[in-house]
Design a binder for this molecule. Sequence first.
Ligand SMILES: C[S@@+](CC[C@H](N)C(=O)[O-])C[C@H]1O[C@@H](n2cnc3c(N)ncnc32)[C@H](O)[C@@H]1O
Length: 264
Amino acid sequence: MIIKPVRRKLSPAASLAASRAWWESSAAEYQAEHGEFLGDSDFMWCPERVREADARLLGEVRGKRVLEVGAGAAQCSRWLAAQGATAIGIDISAAQLRHARTLDERAAVRSTLVMADAQRLPFADESFDLACSAYGAVPFVEDSQAVMTEVARVLRSGARWVFAVTHPIRWCFLDDPGEGGLTAKTSYFDRLPYVEQDEDGTPTYVEHHRTIGDRIREITAAGLVVDDLIEPEWPADHDRTWGQWSKLRGELIPGTAIFITSKP
Ligand SMILES: C[S@@+](CC[C@H](N)C(=O)[O-])C[C@H]1O[C@@H](n2cnc3c(N)ncnc32)[C@H](O)[C@@H]1O
């Protein structure tokens, strides 16, 4: 049984173990709930329905070697490969990667997948032309500075790193798509992790909050520059709810932040 979420300190090992266990046990449910919206071979950035095919935040991908961080069932990597990129998806969850293989079979393609932690990438320096992440890994890791530093290390000079995360302002509100999620309840400045836990206090699901300033400092400390910050608006004809993301809230408060960064 899951008890009320709390904001509390957690060791990096406990955070990683909770994330791994959650994605192992919830991958099937997650894909059943969101798979149709994501598409088998599509690049969906966020619940606000921003598709890379329309937004082109990555620029030209053809001929590029692209790293997808926290790829899940690799829908984005499959889309990138179909555009002529060489895509490599990493994820910590074997269950998510098994779903990727199922989708590969359906699409008659073979994605390149590596089971790895985004905080320690198993790739050589300057071995990618582009990196991206649609809510993969960054919101879930204790050390998002390590993710920025690792991605910067594996990118070549001039390469872009584009990642989508929960918009930091959302951390003031309850995880509720309805009216209950419209009143600020928690300090924006509270960086303690959001933890769902069982009766014994064992963490079952964890997310880590950073403010906008924290994210910018982590990006620049990794030697990257911020080229843009996209705060997608909720489309008028879109009424699909995804967890806390709903039309009601989306029309009032940004739900996603997409950081467009590059390596000088
Ligand atoms: C919300 S899903 C995003 C995946 C895909 N873009 C999607 O929209 O379904 C988050 C993914 O990040 C992965 N993840 C969480 N922590 C990670 C870590 N430390 N390293 C690599 N992947 C991680 C999870 O296993 C999960 O597949």
